[in-house]
Design a protein around this ligand. Structure first.
Ligand code: NAD
Ligand code: G3P
Length: 333
């Protein structure tokens, strides 16, 4: 039986542990808090993140990262993007040689502007061929309810991607492989920023035309950044690009979308943070995505606008007027 360690008992770590268990893997979830780990082991539920969902018996939980690591063929990482570096420094020495590290995270590190797979390679001191990324339109609550979804497993080594594809393929979860790790990770990270923009538009009472325009131009700027960073344009038309944008920007289950909606309704950043119980990666990653854009000389007006609204207090109505009065351009720009 394939052994998997899943680090992070939040919404996605727990839901994805279910997927792995349903696919026939033996799964050990690592969590920080004893009370939650006990609830998972004794009550077979995660009351804090997925209340009402019964977890399969082959999912066990522990607060001991070494116990989670024991015999793991795959170590799946599902913590916030900005804490990964510190967390992994503690966990990496515990992993067996050859363990494949899989990122579930959709963010870019602040300060370094590194993608999650780059942070993993650097901290765990493993080659790119030992790091995979799982991404796509995967709202945790829907997956935990075993509603059908497709996803992408990206790895520089296609054979490794195929191994993990097999490990997580179930009747309701259909993973495809891709070797464009850069494109897949950027698709996941930037869609959170665009979901903030779409949420803000919703909160302002703007219509579906405005939201469709944001999604489409958001994809255009994501693709521009991706091409500058060596990604394959096709990736952005796939599950990691368009697929995830559509799911995240249209679903009230999305934390980024909801965060934006609250801001667009007029809540302050602090008020919005206070009512947000889970990780909305775009709030921090919008700054690192803009950092990446500047490092690569790419124009990303929507990302820039999200940074201005979220972190610089620009009123959404002022931002809207500025976006609409930008100089006229060709769509291929
Ligand atoms: N929830 C989804 O639908 C979903 C789907 C796909 C990808 N993702 C991505 O997965 C990643 C994790 O998101 P999530 O939804 O599970 O978030 P979450 O907020 O539900 O859970 C985060 C988990 O990380 C833990 N954590 C927080 N700070 C920590 C720290 N300093 N050290 C160790 N652990 C810490 C929390 O206790 C919690 O268990 C994010 O990058 C997100 O973008 C989420
Ligand atoms: O809830 P969000 O905004 O983090 O989005 C969840 C997933 O990334 C959707 O694929």
């Amino acid at each position: 039986m394939t052994r998997c360690a899943v680090y992070g008992t939040g919404s996605w770590g727990t839901a994805f542990a279910m997927v792995l268990a349903d696919a026939g893997c033996e799964v050990t979830l690592w969590g920080r808090r004893t009370a939650l780990v006990d609830a998972i082991n004794n009550g077979r539920t995660n009351p804090d993140y997925l209340p009402g969902i019964e977890l399969p018996a082959s999912v066990r939980a522990t607060t001991d990262p070494a116990q989670a690591a024991r015999g793991a063929e795959f170590a799946v990482l599902a913590v916030p993007a900005q804490t990964l570096r510190g967390n992994l420094a503690e966990w990496a020495p515990l992993l067996p040689d050859g363990t494949v590290l899989v990122s579930l995270m959709k963010g870019v590190e602040l300060g370094t502007a590194k993608r999650m797979s780059e942070v993993i390679e650097e901290v765990a001191k493993v080659p790119a061929e030992q790091v995979a990324v799982l991404t796509g339109p995967n709202l945790a609550k829907e997956i935990a309810a075993r509603q059908p979804a497709a996803a992408v497993v990206a790895c520089a080594d296609e054979a490794v991607a195929q191994r993990f594809q097999t490990a997580c393929h179930t009747s309701y979860f259909r993973p495809y492989t891709n070797t464009d790790v850069v494109g897949c990770e950027l698709g996941g990270a930037v869609k959170n920023v665009i979901a903030l923009a779409v949420g803000i538009a919703t909160g302002m009472g703007l219509g579906d035309n405005a939201k469709a325009s944001l999604i489409t131009r958001g994809l255009a700027e994501t693709t521009r950044l991706g091409l500058a960073m060596g990604a394959d344009a096709h990736t952005f038309a796939g599950l990691a690009g368009m697929g995830d944008l559509v799911a995240t920007c249209s679903s009230p289950l999305s934390r980024n979308n909801t965060f934006g909606t609250n801001l667009g309704r007029g809540m302050t950043l602090q008020e919005t943070i206070a009512v947000t119980k889970q990780t909305a990666e775009g709030v921090k990653s919008c700054e690192s995505v803009l950092d990446l854009a500047r490092r690569h000389g790419v124009d990303m007006p929507l990302t820039e606008t999200v940074v201005e609204i979220v972190h610089e207090g620009k009123p959404p109505m002022v931002a809207l007027k500025e976006l609409m009065s930008r100089s006229a351009k060709s769509e291929r720009h």
